[in-house]
Structure formats: C-alpha cells, structure tokens
Ligand binder design. Sequence first.
Ligand SMILES: Cc1cc2nc3c(=O)[nH]c(=O)nc-3n(C[C@H](O)[C@H](O)[C@H](O)COP(=O)(O)O)c2cc1C
Length: 193
Amino acid sequence: MITYINGSPKLNNSASNKFLNDIKSAEDKIQYIYMNNYEDIIDNIINSYTIVLSFPLYADSPTSGVLDFLEYIKNNTIDLSDKNLYYIVNCGFYEPQQNNTAIDIVRCFCENNKINFKGGLSIGAGPIIGIRDSKLIYRILTKSYDNKINEFKEKIQNNKNVDMNITLSLNKRLYVYAANISWKNTIRQANKK
Ligand SMILES: Cc1cc2nc3c(=O)[nH]c(=O)nc-3n(C[C@H](O)[C@H](O)[C@H](O)COP(=O)(O)O)c2cc1C
C-alpha cells in the first residue's frame, strides 16, 4: 500500500493535489497535513510500504505544516524505519533547482529516521503545470509532463530510485513576462471585490 500525503494548505485546490491525483489510482485516498489528524495519517503510513509526500515550496522550504508534521514524527519517536519515501515538490519559480534546499530537508529527515529516501519529482512553474488541464496552451507548454509523470508513477510502483525534474517548455523571460501580467490582473480583480 502507498500513502499519498498533500502538504499544501490549499488542500484539493492545489497543484500538489493534481500531481498526486495523476499518480494514484481512483480508489486511493489523499491524506491532508492541513486537514487530517496526524494520528490518522501516521496510521496509514504504518500500514504502507511507501509514502509519497507532495508539497509546495514556501520560502525555499517545505511549508510550516509539513515541517511540523516531520517534527511530530521525530519528537514522538514514531518508527518508520524501512519505509520508502518519495517527494513531489513544486515551486512558483521557473527553475526546479529552487526546490533543492527543501529536498535536502526531506532527505535529512529520512536519514535521521532510517526511512529509505527514494528521491522524487522536482517541479518548476508549478502554478501553470498544476492547471495544465484547464487550457490547451498550458498543455502544449507542458507537453513533457505526461511522459514524466507516467515514468515517475512506474518507478514508485517498482520501488526504484528516482531523480526527475520538470518545468515549462517556454523561454524563462517569457514566463516571467506572463507571470507579471497574471500577478497584476489578480491584484486588479482583488481590488474590485
Ligand atoms: C507563502 C508562500 C511562499 C512561497 N515561496 C516560494 C519560494 O520561495 N520559491 C518559489 O519558487 N515559489 C514560492 N511560492 C510559490 C508556490 O511554491 C507555488 O505557488 C506553488 O505552485 C504552490 O503549490 P500548491 O498549489 O501545491 O500549494 C510561495 C508561495 C507562498 C504562498
């Protein structure tokens, strides 16, 4: 069994949730760090062989909820030794490398708690990749996503180590230009309310 954990405060409206939905089967449930009891999530983990932890990058780090959850496991000496852990981390910046510090935090947690760190998927331009199903232009700009997410899913099912990353098939300058237009529109809309 695999436990799928979403560490985004946006719950099922998040990009983190979309990535989990794309790798799990219909009957698998997602556990939410910002909604479910830690005890419930841990019960699921204990009955699983593998954990997939999906979260956004907040200030170069996993969210405070994810950090709190990892601290809880450590402080309560919950034995998760020999479980496999895969991460999916997504950030707003174009470059997936922005996620590296957060990935190191998860790796250190695994090493300190004898969990098998199996690697994962590092995603840049997460806000666009997370809504790629909503517009054809987003699907075109993220055309490598389908192959990568399927490859990632296959690796998890076969307990293989993985180190993958993905971003838009779009020049970085254009991404920044489009992101600036989008921010300004969002602010204008918010001011109207
Ligand atoms: C409080 C906050 C801090 C953030 N910090 C970063 C950051 O340091 N680097 C970055 O690239 N994106 C940052 N972002 C953008 C999120 O990582 C990005 O919007 C992500 O797609 C959200 O994922 P989610 O929908 O799964 O929550 C931040 C967003 C928020 C709200």
